[in-house]
Design a protein. Structure first.
Length: 651
């Protein structure tokens, strides 16, 4: 206890002389000067961060609806924060910063940080070309890493459920579709990871659902992942279900409920990717679709490949014999009314249940309507000859035709559909396109192909980002130019952006995440943060240079290289704690997201990965390389002006 007491007394004795009572007029002058110095940096930093989010504001479609709230929230927070810093913060400082003050070196945290930082920055300045070479090598390595990453539109969001969408033959009957549905649901429920199963065949009673009876939709609710078998993932469940559900005449399709509806609303197809064939004749379109399916079959990553059926539908044609109905003194309406009553249903009455009204229709049973011979014997009542069979006055036969006619842009359309699993979307579609290009597909005039689905959204998002990013860089450069009044300093500060990409590229690569719009948004947010930290560093370095010029510039003393080094190191070490606090706050807020689970984590993690890695490398570059570049720049300027004697020993 005596030892601890002596240590405390010695520590207090050491710091006591550092306390200073600042007069009121000097204190207000310091606050005013500090606010003027910081205001320009705060203003331009805010403009830069808001400008960096400009690509996010220009996103459209699904990606725009997803990321616009993020951009607006960030923009409004920054605008209000800048206004408070420039107006309220100085007032609060004048109220609360009173009494005795300790210098920066009296803080043990500052002393520790400076003790660690100064030897490192001195070593970087001494071995300047090695330092710059290491940074350039790291940047050169990150470029092939980024180029090797896969591409996708959006990270696959785990909705906690599956949507099984098998397609049967177009002429499947209601009873057969019901049997297949029940059999599939029974097999699906036998998987231990499945909690509930709900399937339907055909379409709902709404005009927005155009599903034919041949398309089955089964929603599969999964148990929590901690109840799954060891080592099982969602892909493992899909593969096991797909192997068990191999039924004759049924083509399986796997997706998720929400993304399926989103795809159908935005692109008109229900899978990840689709090849649309436009033309004038359905048979020709279907022939081309079969050739495309054959070419794409076996492509790695292509799953659930099938051709949307546009032929093969069965129709019951009843063609009235005009000569015969005249012989029996009948009209076409007489025959049509009999067919309508027997097959379509005749309205008998309306039943009222509370505020609801339901029509009561009557028609022949399903067994009769499925029997073409019974339909031919359907009795048609005449005035002179009594009842006669329907086949006496009409031709009744089965014909083939399109089960459903799809059109787009006033043209007939066929589609080859497939999902992408176990591979990224971009490389899968690229290989599929190469296969189609190698295949000799001679399409007549008026027929053409179009790639749609998530790939269409991917191309649209990439086009928007590539178009606006150069504009954003120009805006950032102009803001830094007005902040520093120097194009050279603005350019060297802009260099921090590619070095911020180094850590982001490494994190994205080693986390095995594909490039997507979400990753791009993370890099965009990183741009503003990296430039903002660089501006703070350059402001303090310029402040150190002003002190050097004020000390020696107006005197007869010559500014030497050692003076520049000393003041650059002092300017870099000054306010080291706030700089590290800015980086630490970003890391403390983002790192926990890496361990997040549940719905939404699939999209959040790709956003924060480039930000975390980029903050680490960007802060390292700004703390170690930016002062070095600033020093080399000032050495060049003073040497050019003839105000410095460059010593050979310093090289």
């Amino acid at each position: 206890m005596d030892f601890i007491k002596r240590v405390k007394e010695g520590f207090n004795k050491k710091l006591k002389p550092s306390y200073r009572k600042i007069p009121e007029n000097i204190r207000m002058s310091i606050i005013e000067r500090a606010c003027k110095q910081v205001s320009r940096g705060v203003f331009f930093s805010t403009i830069i961060i808001i400008a960096s989010f400009l690509p996010v504001f220009l996103l459209t479609g699904q990606e725009g609806k997803l990321f616009h709230p993020l951009a607006y929230t960030k923009t409004f927070i920054l605008a209000i924060d800048a206004a408070l810093v420039l107006t309220l913060a100085p007032v609060l400082i004048s109220f609360f910063m009173k009494g005795r003050f300790l210098p920066d070196h009296a803080n043990p945290v500052n002393r520790f940080l400076e003790r660690v930082y100064e030897p490192i920055i001195k070593a970087c300045i001494k071995r300047r070309w090695i330092t710059i070479g290491v940074n350039l090598a790291a940047l050169a390595i990150s470029i092939p890493l980024v180029m090797s990453l896969g591409r996708e539109f959006m990270p696959p969001l785990d909705e906690g459920s599956l949507l099984f969408m098998p397609v049967t033959m177009p002429d499947v009957s209601n009873s057969e579709a019901k049997r297949i549905l029940q059999l599939q649901d029974k097999i699906i429920k036998s998987i231990p990871e499945v909690s509930h199963v709900l399937g339907k065949a055909g379409r709902a009673n709404t005009a927005t659902d155009n599903s034919p009876i041949s398309m089955i939709e089964t929603i599969i609710m999964l148990k929590p992942s901690d109840e799954w078998r060891k080592g099982f993932t969602k892909d493992s469940i899909i593969n096991e279900l797909n192997s068990r559900l191999q039924l004759p005449g049924v083509t399986n399709g796997w997706t998720q409920p929400i993304i399926n509806r989103t795809n159908m609303l935005s692109t008109g197809i229900r899978t990840d990717v689709g090849v649309k064939i436009y033309g004038q004749n359905l048979d020709t379109i279907y022939s081309f679709a079969q050739q495309i399916k054959k070419a794409l079959d076996g492509t790695p990553g292509v799953k659930d490949l099938y051709v949307e059926p546009i032929t093969g539908g069965k129709y019951l044609d009843i063609i009235v014999k005009r000569e015969e109905i005249g012989r029996y003194n009948l009209s076409i309406d007489d025959v049509n009314s009999v067919v309508e009553t027997a097959l379509g249903g005749m309205r008998l009455t309306t039943t009222i249940e509370g505020r609801q009204r339901f029509s009561v229709n009557s028609r022949f049973g399903q067994d009769f309507r499925n029997n073409i011979k019974a339909i031919k014997r359907l009795q048609v009542q005449t005035m002179d000859y009594g009842p006669i069979p329907l086949e006496a006055v009409a031709d009744v036969r089965l014909t083939e035709g399109p089960p459903m006619i799809n059109s787009e842009n006033a043209m007939l359309r066929g589609t080859v559909l497939f999902n992408v699993r176990e591979r990224d979307l971009g490389s899968t579609v690229q290989e599929a396109q190469e296969r189609l290009n190698k295949m000799i597909l001679k399409m007549p005039k008026g027929y053409f192909l179009e790639w749609s689905g998530q790939y269409e959204n991917l191309i649209r998002g990439e086009k928007t980002l590539k178009m606006i990013l150069p504009v954003v860089l120009i805006i950032i450069f102009m803001c830094m130019y007005f902040a520093f009044n120097s194009a050279r300093e603005a350019f060297f500060s802009l260099i921090s952006i590619p070095f911020a990409l180094i850590g982001g590229a490494y994190f994205v690569y080693f986390w095995d995440v594909n490039l997507s719009v979400a990753v791009s948004v993370g890099f965009i947010a990183l741009f503003g943060l990296a430039v903002e930290t660089g501006i703070v560093m350059v402001i303090y370095l310029n402040d150190a240079m002003q002190k050097l010029v004020a000390l020696k510039g107006n005197s007869s003393e010559t500014i030497t290289t050692e003076d520049l080094k000393e003041y650059v190191i002092a300017g870099a070490a000054k306010r080291l704690r706030p700089k590290l606090m800015t980086v630490s706050v970003s890391l403390f807020g983002l790192v926990p997201i890496l361990w997040s689970t549940g719905v939404g984590s699939d999209v959040m993690i790709p956003i924060v990965l480039p930000m975390i890695g980029g903050v680490l490398t960007s802060s390292t570059h700004i703390l170690l390389v930016t002062p070095l570049i600033f020093l080399m720049q000032k050495e060049y300027e003073l040497k050019k002006l003839g105000k410095i004697e460059v010593l050979e020993a310093n090289h």
